[in-house]
Design a binder for this molecule. Structure first.
Ligand SMILES: [Mn+2]
Length: 370
């Protein structure tokens, strides 16, 4: 069966216009590829309130799926954020239409459907899974592949460490092996990652959207063929998710920025662009003017734009200082040569390193004379 596996969409009321088109794109991929199973591995909603307010909208958006496509999901830690005590009972009373929420603790077995169907074991999100050795999980049905659907970080494999900013919820990979899973459809880690542990292919498709700063690289879902011959896995990119792009910019002495239009031509309208200005400048007001100008220039071109003064330091009159003047004179004589050999970025960094050194010398002198 062809499975479309997505995770961590974090649908939210505040970002309705950003997140729902991504859901539509995922549904469109399931249609185009004729997926037989659509799995959502948790954090479909950004909080319990978002789940309460938006689950009807989710129901509507899933209606167009062909009847042969089954939709299963588990809750993640975010569906429990700011949730009332009986959150799981509340979730069970909600109607998700085409989607079935696997909420039975600690696991829920969904028997295969049709001749080529796979068996799915849902593990609703918990803070701890340490009692798993006592779970009475039946062995996989004869001749059927088993898929585990879960939302957790994993231990037992050092390269799958927990996300430091997220809730603990760590699962031992041994649990996945004991369940006899062929494929573990995981959510929780926002960076895409696939590893083979014993006989289990463990896959995190990563967040289906840019959820916070630093989530760089294309967002996507996994398309996996399970149950017919060897497991085949491929990644499909989500165009509507855009990308997070960190753009480091080194300012010149006058607070001037290099031309960013070439780089900006590669930015998409759904991207989150984070321009980080650094450098040593004569006048910090000039740096602030550059910052404001860049904001005006690129605002509206991307979904989110931030232009920040990250590590800009200023030293007034440095170009009039004898030592600095001599250094700048030597620098200008060799600037073209260094730029040609190493590119403008390296050239700016070399200039900055020299001026930083001079700044330190001047400051030390001041302290000594004071
Ligand atoms: Mn998440």
């Amino acid at each position: 069966v062809l499975i479309l596996h997505a995770a961590d969409l974090h649908l939210s009321e505040a970002e309705r216009d950003y997140t729902f088109p991504i859901l539509d794109e995922i549904v469109g991929i399931a249609q185009r590829e004729e997926a037989g199973l659509l799995l959502f591995a948790g954090d479909m909603f950004d909080s319990f309130q978002d789940l309460e307010r938006l689950h009807g909208e989710l129901r509507t958006r899933l209606e167009c799926l062909r009847p042969a496509c089954r939709v299963l999901m588990v809750a993640g830690n975010h569906e429990h954020l700011r949730a009332p005590e009986a959150a799981v009972d509340a979730m069970r009373r909600m109607s998700f239409g085409r989607a079935q929420l696997l909420s039975q603790e600690p696991f829920q077995v969904v028997p295969p459907e049709g001749e080529s169907g796979v068996e799915v074991v849902g593990l609703p999100h918990r803070l701890r899974y340490t009692d798993y050795l006592t779970w009475a999980v039946p062995p996989p049905a004869a001749g059927r592949a088993r898929v585990v659907l879960a939302h957790a970080a994993l231990t037992g494999a050092s390269y799958l460490g927990p996300d430091p900013e997220e809730a603990p919820s760590v699962m031992d990979v041994d649990l996945l092996e004991r369940l006899g899973a062929d494929y573990a459809a995981m959510g929780h880690l926002h960076t895409p990652k696939t590893v083979k542990v014993g006989g289990v292919t463990v896959c995190y498709p990563g967040s289906a959207r840019v959820w916070r700063k630093g989530e760089a690289g294309p967002r996507g879902v996994s398309l996996v063929n399970v149950g017919q011959g060897p497991l085949r896995l491929r990644r499909v990119r989500l165009a509507t998710a855009g990308e997070y792009r960190l753009v480091p910019v080194e300012l010149g002495l006058e607070g001037d920025a290099p031309d960013l239009d070439r780089a900006a031509a590669g930015w998409g309208p759904r991207d989150a662009v984070d321009i980080e200005l650094s450098g040593l400048v004569e006048d910090e007001h000039a740096a602030e003017r550059t910052r404001a100008a860049l904001e005006i220039r690129y605002r509206g071109r991307v979904r989110l734009l931030e232009v920040r003064l990250a590590s800009v330091s200023s030293i007034a009159g440095i170009s009039r200082n004898a030592l600095a003047a001599r250094y700048l004179e030597l620098w200008r004589a060799r600037e073209a040569e260094i730029e040609a050999a190493h590119g403008p970025e390296v050239a700016r960094r070399v200039l900055r390193a020299g001026l930083d050194k001079i700044k330190t010398i001047l400051e030390t002198r001041k302290q000594v004379s004071a």
